[in-house]
Design a protein around this ligand. Sequence first.
Ligand code: ADP
Length: 464
Amino acid sequence: MSYVALSIVPLLIFNVTIMAFIQEYFLNDRISEIGPRAIVVSDVVAGFTFEGLQRAAPLSQLRQRVNIHQGQTGARFIVVDPSARVVDDTNRSMDDSLVGQTLLQREVLEVLNGRSVPPILYRGDEYVLKIAISARDNYSGEVGAVLLVDSVDDIFNSLAEIRTRLYLYSLAVGLMVGLLVLFMSHRLIAPLRQIVRVVQRMSAGQLNLRIPISSRDEYSILSRTFNDMTEKLEQVDKTREEFVSNVSHELKTPLTAIKVLSESILSQESVPEEVSREFMQDINNEVDRMVNITTDLLALVKVEQREQSLNIALTDINELVEDILKRLAPLAEQKKVILLYEEVRQVQIDADEIKLALAISNIVENGIKYTPGGGTVKVVVDSDHQNVHITIQDTGIGIPEEEQDKIFNRFYRVDKTRDRDTGGTGLGLAISRATVLLHNGSIRLTSNPDEGSLFSIRIPIRMS
Ligand code: ADP
């Protein structure tokens, strides 16, 4: 409805304006046609005195000359003397003759008072145009007036006809435009409706839905962007589900072990001291395992909470790496792995010291864990003027090509049973990668099975 109104309102304004313009044009045309005849009359009047006029009645003779509109009643001329008394009238011989009466019409009085009056349009029973001009008696010099009264009903009849047609045309055009706009708007809105429908179903939980893309306009850009976003949402949702299922699985294994161990102690009447100690030891190991998992989970959640969890300060990377190596030296010694450190450059960077230490330490510890005795783990700290480069290289068991992408995933282990024995939770590399990404850095792995692995970390020296 508003579209139709919108299309009709301008047409209406146009019609009113154009009608006013046409009316003015016709009236001016009529004025310029009959105006000069009032002057002719005033010239005739000049040859008489006002009393003489009443007697001679020249306007009756003039009637033929000034009766200008064929087929119409014609213009009426009335002459008044200075006291506004009618002295001659083209209708003198008719019933409505005004001769002898005083004509108290505003425009006549104005002219008698020496003011000029523009032509005036009156609307009575019919539309009339009145033109009043002064008429001077050349003998006495007295000033009277000539009043010209002309019916312009013919003009208004034509105008009414034009108006009717114009409005009919406008209505037709308005309806056509309205229908066209309605049709166009429907076409424009239809894809939006479709988008809304899909979005509503998605917000109700149906994340697998996609908006069909049929056109190549802005809607398709919107739909495509929305579909991309949904895909990511779905991915996040899937990752979350996977994560929860992994956590449950990881915690369930030690819990099941504890349950079996404790039940086997409880089910026996008298358990020999050393057997129960051994079982208790196993239970204790499983509990340690669960503690490790939850500690790592908490650490991972913290780094994944993004920026707000970072506590950035100027950090001496060489010192940080040396501390890590010192801490891990007993483990390396126990495994008979040689720990090497090379400091190519001294470098200080903007970093969260504690989180970054954990990230690097995880990788060095892996190097030690997955390198057989006699092997080496070497850490190198180098930098260019934008980044610090930390490489951790071991001569250990290596990682098969197809596993290299996956080992950064949470809970991912290459060899499930063996890795569990090493005490790993499968979260270490996930924590390391999340931390490095949080520092706007990157982490790369090159590895060959049985030759060893090389982890390269790059972190920008300045955060901003
Ligand atoms: P975990 O706590 O089990 O070590 P990580 O996330 O640190 O978990 O590592 C994931 C898996 O990647 C490990 O279980 C192991 O299979 C493999 N991995 C990690 N680092 C090395 C390495 N230096 N050499 C060989 N395999 C490795």
